[in-house]
Design a protein around this ligand. Sequence first.
Ligand code: ADP
Length: 476
Amino acid sequence: MTRAVLSVASECAPLVKTGGLADVVGALPAALAGVGWHMRTLVPGYPSVLRTAPGGTTVWTDNDLFGGPAEIRATKHGTLDLLILDAPHLYQREGSIYMGADNQNWADNPERFAALSWVAAALARDGAGGWYPEVVHAHDWQAALTPTYLKAQGTDVACLLTIHNIAFHGPAPADRLGSMRLPPERFTADGLEFYGQINALKAGIVDAQAISTVSPTYARELLDPDFGMGLEGVIATRVNALHGILNGIDSEVWSPAVDPMILPYKTPRGKARNRAALIASFGLEAGPVDGPLCIVVSRLTDQKGLDVLADAVPRLVDAGGMLALLGTGDPALEARFRALAAQYPQVGVRIGYSEPDSHKMFAGADAVLVPSRFEPCGLTQLYGLAYGAIPVVARTGGLADTVIDANELALRSGVATGIKFWPVTADALALALHRLVYLYRDSKTFARIQRNGMAQALDWGPSAAAYAALYARLAD
Ligand code: ADP
């Protein structure tokens, strides 16, 4: 018998994406179908979502959802069974889904995503066109109030909250309790309150029946003041309900043997044509000695440690390496990398967001650099493994869990898949890059490491089974 789970999130690939959250939310339904769970996904009806998935049938309406009319349209898109929350006053805005043109968060973000969570709870209680979920799976702060509303309305449907990044809490001033339809009596230190404000993520941590995060190491790190972002104490009160389940990758989309965006290949040697194309497209010039072609595909934010990479770039170039970076974000970091590209012919930078370019980069690269200060799971190191671009990663979160460092023992045992370093400093990263260059010069060993990565099972199978087991425990 197929069982029913409602997923609720602010992003879902390929409809709307700013980061890894979207990839996970978009990939889970197909993965879960294989283990007996039918997942429907509730997402806000942003313009891009309405354009990509038009039509469908109306399964729920409300003439006053947090200040305006709203309806839910049920429609399918690829493997996704969508419930699109069409509420023009909340989501019908051009620009980024979280920010206006002034790069400031929309002032009503607390209500926009409280509404999403409120509707998830309403659907769990009232169903959607006769469909009732046995469990709700809420993602990140934008959906984290779902279990709080479920509790407030007395609905006996369990909720799993997945934390994809604990840095984002969804804070709101205390005087917004009313406009967010939150019970004032829950505004306490053991409830929604956090340093005088409403904290959506904290509410979810307190009220969800189970909490998961996207790697076992990040689950442990959440208890550590260095990583818990102030919520480590709250997490500690729920440690018995805390799970770490690694993200997988969508092997239909990320597989070098069949990827239509690249020149497909099955062995490290087959990467050569993609490498040449990548060098040409970024206009890179190799130094006098051939060195590894490194890539970065990333949001440019403090989390990702790319300021540290910028510091280490001269040493990478000196050692014969090249760098191609694709990313967007912090204007200061964008300017810093543009300047490095202007200074060094071995460095190329593309400021922007492009899925096709990212595929071409993984196909052409010898290494992918992920020097994150913290990384709940990380996807680009997984793409690197699949595409034979050796991950050079900080030893944190999911990066620590998914890469086997090419130390002597791992090399001798034939299990190495990448290079790890810590702490996130320019010196430690430069040392890791020197290790990369050294390995690259030993082409047999390098190819062995690439093959090890390419042979890894990185698909969603094991993680889908882990989520299914957790849902079953919560529902039964
Ligand atoms: P985060 O969610 O913190 O941004 P992840 O590594 O979990 O980090 O996921 C990032 C996702 O976004 C990956 O799929 C990555 O390939 C993609 N990505 C990030 N920046 C870009 C970009 N500029 N162009 C294309 N894809 C990008």
